[in-house]
Write a protein that binds this ligand. Sequence first.
Ligand SMILES: [Cu+2]
Length: 159
Amino acid sequence: MPKPQTRARIFAVSLFLMGSGFFPLSAAAQSITVSDASMRLPVPGQSTSAAYFKIENRSDSAAVLQALACTCSKSAELHSHSSENGVMKMRREESLTLAAGESFTFASGGWHVMLKDVYKTVRSGDTVELTLSFAKREPVVVPVHVTSLFDEPDHQHHH
Ligand SMILES: [Cu+2]
């Protein structure tokens, strides 16, 4: 049984190891900010939807967003939109690179997070969690506000 003093020292050493080796870029990871995250529920009969947010890289090095996961759906993919001969096309992207200081907005008609097989238990007004995974950085977890097409004032008196 180690004396309290020894135990305290072991604890201090393990904290040091975590700080220096296990999460070497924790300070950098904190400088990725995500705001205004929202998703709309799939329309009736569909199970696919999209999430949008604004992301800002406040760190001094490039950030590469590589993967996403949402507590609201079976899978989440990075997608872009582009117009080819007047036809909007959606494409799956491997990653999004943000230079130091750069910000980027995911929005309808542009880059979005494609949510596939959205769980039926998710309701309008809920808050779900989106996890953004980066190359050589800790993941960032953000709350996402769930909305529905039927939230719109136009639809509320249709009964
Ligand atoms: Cu898509």
